[in-house]
Design a protein around this ligand. Structure first.
Ligand code: TXD
Length: 323
């Protein structure tokens, strides 16, 4: 057989570029390939790291039975024509570092990643993962100049998945029968909504005492910290990567799934010019619509408090970097 027998037939596989080949980035790359969703380009600032991870994942391909190409690079040119760019690059808080220091450092990293990515993939959809999530998503939107429907952040899917797991563990039911909904900013002020959590359609308010629900929602708010404490170094990455993959799938397969994501608000929930976690539909064009759930006065107030904290951090970040 000569070489021309293998000449390309001109089809382009979907491509997802993941910026940051750390724990979340590399696990997401693995999930995307193993779910057979797209080719993946992993990019990191550390030389050799994304190349090594990509090679290792490629070598597993024959065993995991997928044909996805996984590449690693330090050069944004290699991310060209991505359908989706996922930004996980950043640093975690180090001892002695304030949240504000982290905010400034990660703001610089994500703005640079967004600006360099958009040059090579002007039609991409951006999914942001780096913390503090809602603020970073706002900065990526500003830095890319894209329509806000094409930029959104992952947090609500993860927070809801955690609550889903806790409800299943408490009731001894299958996790796949549980559906949970958490709104608000990704942080201590997130807003779990027990009234909208169900087990096979039955609201959990019919299945548990209020004190039990309060315990589970508090555990959800502390979900990230609980894992950090156990791991001692680093933070959660399996469930975060699964959550991001879920969103990638909804976009690539145009599933229009209804899920909570950090999206740009223009009057919804009484909020303007801010990214915050609310339920939306995700399809091939990005955010297809936002669902405004009826909230109690108490829930509305909690969402406002969460938004105020996000807004303060957006202002702080914008004052400190050149977008
Ligand atoms: O729900 C959510 N949104 C989150 C967010 C859930 C889990 C993790 N969350 C945040 O994602 C976390 O607080 C971090 O801000 C990011 C990434 O978490 P991860 O656990 O993957 O962090 P790592 O393992 O430290 O990886 C970060 C990688 C690392 O390989 C760095 O070398 C790289 O980012 N990095 C960069 N890559 C490209 N360009 C630049 N400038 C850069 N700086 C660091």
């Amino acid at each position: 057989m000569n070489e021309s027998s293998f000449s390309p037939i001109g089809c382009k596989s979907p491509l997802v570029s993941v910026i940051g080949a750390g724990n979340v980035g590399r696990t997401l790359a693995q999930r995307i390939a193993e779910h057979n969703l797209a080719d993946v380009c992993l990019l990191d600032i550390v030389e050799g790291l994304p190349q090594g991870i990509a090679l290792d994942l490629t070598e597993a391909g024959g065993l995991e039975l997928h044909n996805r190409k996984i590449s690693g690079t330090n050069d944004y040119a290699d991310t060209a024509d991505s359908d989706i760019i996922v930004i996980t690059a950043g640093i975690a808080r180090k001892p002695g570092m304030s949240r504000e220091d982290l905010l400034k450092t990660n703001a610089k990293i994500v703005v640079e990643a967004a600006k360099k990515s958009i040059v090579h993939s002007p039609n991409a959809i951006f999914i942001v993962i780096t913390n503090p999530l809602d603020v970073m998503t706002y900065l990526v939107w500003k830095a890319t100049g894209l329509a806000h429907t094409r930029v959104f952040g992952m947090a609500g899917v993860l927070d809801s998945a955690r609550l889903q797991a806790f409800i299943a563990m408490e009731l001894g039911v299958s996790i796949t029968d549980v559906s949970a909904m958490v709104l608000g900013g990704h942080g201590d002020l997130m807003l779990p909504l027990p009234r909208y959590c169900t087990v096979s359609g039955v609201p959990i308010t019919e299945l548990m005492e209020p004190a039990t629900i309060e315990r589970l929602t508090q555990r959800t708010r502390d979900g990230g910290a609980e894992i950090v404490k156990l791991l001692k170094t680093g933070s959660a990455y399996y469930a975060p990567a699964s959550s991001a993959c879920f969103m990638v799938e909804s976009v690539l397969l145009n599933q229009s799934r209804l899920l909570p994501a950090a999206v740009y608000l223009q009057g919804e929930y009484g909020l303007n010019d801010i990214y915050l976690g609310v339920p939306c539909r995700l399809g091939c064009r990005g955010v297809e619509g936002i669902l405004e759930l009826p909230l109690t006065d108490e829930e509305k107030e909690a969402l406002q408090v969460s938004a105020t904290s996000v807004r303060e951090n957006i202002e702080l970040a914008i004052a400190n970097i050149d977008i």
